[in-house]
Design a protein around this ligand. Structure first.
Ligand code: ZN
Ligand code: MN
Length: 156
């Protein structure tokens, strides 16, 4: 299905600005934030407001056309891939990578009680190759020991 058909079928009015947003999101694997989407689109539509981007993302999310990720505490990230998958995040640069592996997780009855569980989402945290390389360069240059954990950078 073409991207435009997808968005038309979920009942969103297609304005040129919205089409530019959908076009930008289509097949996008970068998990961009609203700010990043706005920055990219406003090159083509300088009169477009941030509110248009934000409202379009909200409408899209309500219709199930985009997934909102909260794994980056600084800003929400948007994923046009609404199928079930997990994520790996670089805690240094906040790069988000898809993990297209299914893990068979079952909650024991003693935990879930009478809850009916539909879904899960696993977040993996680490350091991407680029940030690891930058850390190593810094260690070499400054003679320091750089060590990262989930949310902290240690320099000794
Ligand atoms: Zn990184
Ligand atoms: Mn994803």
């Amino acid at each position: 299905m073409q991207a435009m058909d997808k968005y038309r079928s979920i009942g969103l009015k297609l304005t040129p600005q919205r089409m530019a947003i959908f076009d930008y999101l289509d097949g996008n694997k970068d998990h961009p934030s609203a700010e990043e989407i706005y920055k990219a689109i406003s090159k083509k539509f300088p009169t477009m407001s941030f509110a248009t981007v934000y409202n379009t993302l909200r409408a899209l999310k309500e219709k199930g056309g985009v997934r909102e990720l909260t794994i980056d505490p600084a800003k929400k990230r948007y994923d046009p891939d609404t199928g079930h998958h997990n994520h790996l995040i670089c805690t240094a640069c906040k790069k988000v990578v898809d993990v297209q592996i299914d893990y068979d997780l079952k909650l024991p009855k003693s935990v879930k009680g009478d809850f009916t569980v539909f879904n899960n989402h696993i977040e993996f945290y680490g350091v991407c190759p680029g940030c690891k390389e930058a850390d190593e360069q810094r260690m070499k240059k400054e003679g320091t020991n750089v060590h990262r954990t989930q949310d902290r950078l240690y320099v000794r």
